[in-house]
Design a protein around this ligand. Structure first.
Ligand code: RB5
Length: 146
């Protein structure tokens, strides 16, 4: 699996911690910035990551986006066709959004989550496969329809 990761200044510290974690697990990671804690605009990074993940259109390429709350990242990423970005602050949601929504981007809030919980959310989201159940496939297909 390859992870495309991005943050604004509000998520910069957690981005670095997640990159360290992914590398320790031998998971390939592509860092799309931001590259410092200077103030910047979260939509720039959300769009960059979301477009790469949507274009890859593969279960093996997923994204992680971090900002202060995770909200701006999720709002922006979900505007890109083919993206199912899930803002998670608990383990149940992290697991359920993989099984039910086949989410391809995980959004996190650095100002919301304690570091240990944040890393556990990342771990469970990475490790949980999509259920492939008919009702979930049907509902995901409905997302893309007008
Ligand atoms: C930046 O101050 C903050 O607005 C941003 O990181 C994020 O929380 C937006 O949703």
């Amino acid at each position: 699996m390859k992870i495309i990761i991005g943050s604004d200044h509000g998520g910069f510290n957690y981005k670095n911690k997640i990159i360290d974690y992914l590398k320790s697990q031998n998971i390939e990671v592509e860092d799309e910035g931001t590259y410092s804690s200077d103030s910047c605009d979260y939509p720039v990074f959300a769009k960059k990551v979301a477009k790469i993940v949507a274009q890859a259109n593969s279960d093996d390429v997923r994204g992680i986006l971090i900002c202060g709350t995770g909200i701006g990242m999720s709002i922006t990423a979900n505007k890109v066709k083919g993206i199912r970005a899930a803002l998670c602050s608990d383990l149940f949601s992290a697991k359920a959004t993989r099984e039910h929504n086949n989410s391809n981007i995980l959004c996190l809030g650095e100002r919301v989550l304690d570091e240990n919980l944040m890393l556990k959310i990342v771990e469970i989201w990475l490790d949980t496969p999509f259920s492939n159940e008919e009702r979930h496939i049907r509902r995901i297909e409905m997302i893309e329809k007008d």
